[in-house]
Design a protein around this ligand. Structure first.
Ligand SMILES: [Zn+2]
Length: 62
C-alpha cells in the first residue's frame, strides 16, 4: 500500500490514477487534481508523506 503525497490518502498502487517517477522516487496520485497539485509544487511533496505524521513510518525503501 502506498500513499498519495498530496491528499495523504492510502492507495493501492494498482489503482492509482497516475504514477510519477521523480528524483528516483515513485509517487502515486489518486486523481487529476492531486496530479495537478503535485506538478505545481513537487518539491513540497518530495520525500514526505503529505506532511501527515499520523501513523507515518518508514517504508522499506523499495
Ligand atoms: Zn489524492
Amino acid at each position: 500500500m502506498d500513499r498519495d503525497p498530496v491528499c495523504g490518502r492510502k492507495m493501492n498502487r494498482n489503482k492509482a490514477y497516475i504514477t510519477i517517477d521523480y528524483k528516483s522516487e515513485r509517487y502515486y496520485l489518486c486523481c487529476p487534481l492531486c496530479q495537478a497539485e503535485f506538478e505545481k509544487d513537487r518539491e513540497k511533496y518530495l520525500g514526505k508523506d503529505g506532511g501527515n505524521s499520523r501513523g507515518s513510518r518508514a517504508r522499506g525503501g523499495r
